[in-house]
Design a binder for this molecule. Structure first.
Ligand SMILES: Nc1nc2c(ncn2[C@@H]2O[C@H](COP(=O)(O)OP(=O)(O)OP(=O)(O)O)[C@@H](O)[C@H]2O)c(=O)[nH]1
Ligand SMILES: [Zn+2]
Length: 214
């Protein structure tokens, strides 16, 4: 049987700024309130909420915020992490490359789209592969800045694995840079966090070589 990590993914790490009353409302109450306010925003913009294509939009947006794109704000949605004994004695780095990233920028509430590359060097335990992707998803499904997202993934993995030999590299397009404002559709943002053995140049280069190797 795999062991399940019981680390509190929101207590131990650089946290998203969440106010004290955040957990007083149920998901349903949040959806109802957001629906009400989003309808007001649409009305102010001049949209006709009696139109058959628009009338359900406030509810759609509210459900999408609470249940989908910002579901990582609710600690009840944190992923269960399975850990297995490293019976194989695997000692080299393991790289989970090209993890799909869909997040949203907390300054403009428009998408951040990219890839996350994660590596760790196993000790006594290995982590279920898909759990790395789930961890990325959990922190991505919040309003984010890329720097915090990078640190949250790294810190959570270190807590779960109980050691520091972890690397996280994120490459992403920010639609707030591409689709508005400066309107630059070419630039990409890279962020990285290297801990433990990954602070060593040779180890880090091995990780980067695998990531760059298409
Ligand atoms: N450091 C960081 N900045 C981000 C991230 N996502 C978006 N931003 C930036 O947040 C900044 C917000 O700057 P403001 O000047 O307050 O907002 P703004 O007037 O809309 O800025 P422009 O985007 O330049 O039009 C912008 O420069 C964005 O590019 C991120 O993940 N990390
Ligand atoms: Zn933005």
């Amino acid at each position: 049987m795999p062991e399940t990590s019981n680390i509190d993914l929101d207590k131990t790490i650089i946290n998203t700024p969440i106010h004290d009353d955040a957990f007083e409302l149920s998901d349903m109450e949040k959806i109802n309130k957001i629906e009400h306010h989003f309808a007001k925003i649409m009305q102010i913009l001049g949209l006709d909420l009696n139109d058959d294509s628009l009338c359900e939009t406030p509810n759609r947006v509210a459900k999408m915020f609470v249940k989908e794109i910002f579901s990582g704000l609710n600690p009840n949605n944190n992923p269960e992490i399975s850990l297995f004994e490293n019976k194989y004695g695997y000692k080299r780095m393991l790289i989970e490359k090209d993890i799909t990233l869909y997040s949203n920028c907390e300054h403009h509430f428009v998408p951040i789209i990219g890839k996350v590359h994660v590596a760790y060097i196993p000790g006594k335990q290995v982590i279920g592969l898909s759990k790395i992707n789930r961890l990325v998803q959990y922190y991505a499904k919040r309003p984010q800045v890329q720097e915090r997202l990078t640190i949250q993934i790294s810190e959570a993995l270190k807590e779960i694995l109980q050691h520091d030999d972890v690397a996280v590299l994120i490459e992403a397009d920010h639609l707030c840079v591409a689709s508005r404002g400066i309107n630059d559709t070419n630039s990409k943002t890279f962020t990285a966090e290297y801990s433990g053995q990954f602070e060593n140049d040779i180890v880090r280069q091995e990780f980067l070589l695998h990531v760059q190797n298409k």
